[in-house]
Design a protein around this ligand. Structure first.
Ligand SMILES: *Cc1c(COP(=O)(O)O)cnc(C)c1O
Length: 369
């Protein structure tokens, strides 16, 4: 059967590449930059917004127990985890879908909703996974600049909606700048939006929010069928290394997301660890409260030294260093602090161990601007 193909190939041979070629839009994709790694020195990793506390002993024991069965596939639909999450949130189990981290869930959502030509709108700067996920889905990114207070500009986003707008992503608190969206503002935004537009509210840091006026995602779900929440076990629950996140939304939409999800995408250890973490939620949320107390201490100290820091409701804060960003990152690294720089824009610093936070305060006191 080589005949016709071989002769066809002969005609076009000169034009054919010698190696497999990536999709042009994928070849040019910005690469996700993970938080920096240590280089052997004693370094404080404040570049990935991780939870610095060690996993709870009971969670570790459950993971070890689950490890005994890793010759078997995990529960395909993570039924126990999905039901545990649903019970906690007061939704039905068919409104929840998990995957290998909430970034993977986002990819699944976009592939379930988007086609080439569709637009996905999000604020910028925001989470750097968004442009990548949108491009992979084949849709087109539309970005709307943050306000001077490093907040989403919701009126400008509403005004930028077109007939092609398929999805809007909101991030509250916004990574990397810190402010949480206000409930009133989001409701006004949703009321101004055509109900055919899917609105994804990324709540990766929701457990750290203390502002009483902040958006209440679960209440929004009840009032707007076009809202979907994204949540993760990577931050407050301290399971970044196991990869588990989920989406919550209207059951019909979630069924579509489930249909495109990677089979068995939530691994067996992650399922067990997440269930056990929800059982021990009180202890974990007490730890979150300690981080919030640290955040308030660090921010007060940093502001006292004259830095202008946007309000943050997350476990990190933002310094709009502009052209000084790279120099600051180098100085921080030399001081044993790994922070996340966005060249030309600013630096995101996670709240970590108390000793690390003290080193940050000291650095900001001495850094010459
Ligand atoms: C850390 C983070 C996530 C979590 O991603 P996982 O894939 O669940 O680890 C999602 N969204 C934002 C904005 C984040 O900062």
């Amino acid at each position: 059967m080589l005949g016709p193909m071989a002769s066809g190939k002969k005609n076009g041979e000169a034009k054919q590449p010698k190696a497999p070629t990536l999709r042009a839009d994928i070849a040019s994709l910005p690469r996700y930059v993970p938080g920096a790694r240590g280089d052997g020195r004693q370094l404080w990793k404040l570049s990935s917004n991780e939870n610095p506390a060690a996993p709870l002993p009971g969670v570790l024991a459950a993971v070890a127990d689950a490890a005994a069965d890793v010759n078997r596939y995990p529960d395909m639909y993570a039924v126990e985890l999905t039901e545990t999450i649903a019970r906690k949130l007061g939704v039905a189990p068919d409104q929840v879908v998990s995957a290998n981290g909430s970034v993977a869930v986002l990819g699944h959502v976009l592939s379930a909703f988007c086609q080439p030509g569709d637009e996905v709108m999000y604020p910028w700067r925001s989470f750097e996974a968004y442009p990548i996920a949108v491009q992979v889905s084949g849709a087109t990114s539309v970005t709307v600049p943050l306000t001077a207070e490093a907040r989403h500009d919701l009126p400008a986003m509403a005004a930028a909606v077109t007939d092609r707008t398929k999805v809007v992503i909101l991030c509250s608190p916004n990574n990397p700048t810190g402010p949480a969206l206000r409930d009133d503002d989001v409701r006004a935004f949703l009321n101004a939006l055509p109900s055919r537009v899917l609105v994804i509210l990324d709540e990766a840091y929701v457990e750290y929010v203390r502002d009483p006026d902040a958006v209440d995602g679960l209440a929004l779900l009840r009032d707007f069928e076009n809202v979907m929440l994204l949540r993760t076990f990577s931050k407050a629950y301290g399971l970044a290394g196991l990869r588990v996140g989920y989406a919550v939304g209207e059951a019909g939409l979630i069924a579509g997301v489930r249909a495109v999800s990677t089979p068995f995408g939530t691994n067996a250890l992650a399922q067990r660890a997440a269930v056990e973490s929800l059982r021990r939620e009180k202890v974990l949320l007490d730890r979150v409260s300690e981080t919030v107390t640290e955040r308030d201490r660090v921010l007060a100290a940093v502001r006292r030294t004259g830095w202008d820091v946007p309000r943050t409701e997350a476990n990190f804060f933002w310094l709009a260093l502009g052209a000084e960003t790279d120099a600051f990152v180098r100085t921080a690294n030399a001081a044993g602090l790994l922070v996340r720089g966005f060249s030309g824009e600013g630096v995101r610093i996670s709240i970590g161990e108390r000793e690390a936070n003290d080193a940050v305060i000291e650095l900001l006191r001495s850094f010459k601007r």
